[in-house]
Design a protein around this ligand. Structure first.
Ligand code: NAD
Length: 437
């Protein structure tokens, strides 16, 4: 497994749990040192135990020697990052190609080289060409096996997936039976629980991942716009979401309004699909618009806070609950908190923030003036405004009466709808949420 980040570490540990021997190769010395020390460098519920158990069982190892790991492997996964390229939104494939080159130089025996990173259509074929160019004599196959796990629920998603998608090079003379058989063996435990496993071409598998994330991003954006409309016409967004979501053709998930989608996947994958489609001469206007609406939404959310305070937040103390892009993760990549808090800081607000897992990763991304608090109550103490940005369960459990006593002011802007509007108003808060009256 090349790359020991969210995807490499979780899928590596899960394959080990299935009984496969897994060597994770990680080049970041800080991450590697942590892993070798038995510490998990990311926040993911349950991962520490899964890793510890499988290390103890001798099925899971960590190192930086790619050659050794590759030579012993029958399947080699590329699970490195594919961030947005600065400037144009294309996926930056430099880590994927660097890994492919290292793999090519190290391989001895037949193996299947599988791209698990999210990569644009055509990348699997490029990886195959690269390996062939470096080592023309090698016998190998490539496959695409995109990962659908969600941070925060990653182990459950990997162990009980809605589906597994495996793309192989269906144009290969002689067929791809060998690669398919090896992949089938690897995922055998999932066949036993009857998880659907889809075999497709390389290109199809690559596109499934982008189409899937873009559809979900569009669904979130749809309910966000419905929420705005609800506010104007006096409707209740959660009831609208339930009313449409109970239709099986629509489905109930991903209909929670909020401050706009963020995270390590939706923003970059929607942008990449836009570029892929434009390059192919088949633009996806729905996704172009989704990206646009979502970018603007984050700005609007900051403006909403300013408006809630009567048009200015200069010299106003804002207690901020939650920084990460969603709960149950320490991931700050593209979190809505970043543009929102930068804007509020520029407007002269004093920010007192707390997040249960993300404060360390937040520091380099947020304004320098943010004061980081001990806990949620500390963040609320003396605040004129309380701003909820992430839906951590521990925030839901806070006593509003207690908050009312600790705060200086009485404005709450709850961008995750964690409290009941009427109850909050009865307590004397000037309470605003999303898509509700
Ligand atoms: P990440 O940045 O957390 O992890 C990537 C790791 O790879 C880093 O630790 C990096 O040091 C390491 N690395 C880079 N080059 C290497 C090399 N040559 N050899 C060894 N290690 C190397 O990224 P991530 O969140 O795990 O995402 C990886 C891929 O999976 C991306 O394409 C992403 O889009 C996709 N994905 C992510 C998620 C998610 O929820 N995070 C879900 C599905 C798919």
């Amino acid at each position: 497994m090349i790359g020991g980040g969210y995807v490499g570490l979780v899928s590596g540990a899960c394959f080990a749990e299935f009984g496969t021997d897994v060597a994770i190769v990680e080049t970041d010395p800080v991450r590697l040192a942590a892993l070798r020390d038995g510490r998990i460098p990311i926040y993911e519920p349950g991962l520490d135990k899964l890793v510890a158990d499988n290390v103890a069982a001798g099925r899971l190892t960590f190192g930086d020697d790619i050659e050794q790991a590759v030579q012993a492997a029958e399947v080699i996964f590329i699970a490195v990052g594919t961030p947005s390229r600065r400037g144009d939104g294309h996926a930056d494939l430099r880590y994927v190609y660097a890994a492919a080159e290292q793999i090519a130089k190290s391989m001895k025996n037949y193996a299947v080289v599988v791209t698990k990173s999210t990569v644009p259509v055509g990348t699997g074929r490029q990886v195959a060409e690269l390996i062939r160019r470096v080592r023309p004599e090698l016998d190998f196959d490539v496959a695409s096996n995109p990962e659908f796990l969600r941070e925060g629920n990653a182990i459950g998603d990997f162990m009980r997936p809605d589906r597994v998608v495996i793309g192989t090079d269906t144009t290969k003379p002689g067929g791809t039976g060998r690669a398919m058989e090896i992949m089938r063996q690897l995922y055998r435990p999932l066949y036993l629980i009857e998880a659907p496993v889809l075999f497709t071409s390389l290109e199809t598998a690559e596109l499934v991942k982008y189409a899937s994330n873009s559809f979900l991003a569009m669904k979130v954006t749809f309910i966000n716009e419905i929420a705005d409309l609800c506010e104007r016409v006096g409707a209740e967004v959660h009831d609208v979401a339930r009313g449409i979501g109970l239709d099986n053709r629509i489905g109930r998930k991903f209909l929670h309004p909020g401050p706009g989608f963020g995270g390590s996947c939706f923003p970059k994958d929607t942008l990449a699909l836009v570029r892929i489609a434009q390059d192919a001469g088949s633009p996806m206007r729905l996704i172009e618009t989704t990206v646009d609406i979502n970018d603007q939404r984050k700005i609007h959310m900051a403006e909403r806070v300013i408006a809630a305070n009567g048009g200015s937040v200069a010299n106003t103390t804002i207690g901020v609950l939650g920084l990460t892009f969603k709960h149950q993760t320490d991931d700050m990549r593209e979190a809505s908190s970043i543009p929102i808090l930068h804007r509020l800081a520029r407007e002269g607000a004093h920010l007192r923030a707390f997040d249960p897992a993300g404060m360390q990763s937040a520091r380099p991304l947020l304004p320098e003036t943010v004061h980081y608090c001990e806990d949620a109550l500390d963040a609320a103490t003396g605040a004129d405004i309380l701003l909820v940005l992430t839906e951590w369960n521990e925030f839901r459990a806070l006593s509003p009466e207690r908050l009312r006593k600790l705060m200086k002011g009485n404005v709450i802007v709850d961008l995750r709808n964690i409290w009941e509007p009427r109850a909050m108003r009865d307590l004397g808060f000037r309470y605003q949420s999303v898509g509700r009256l």
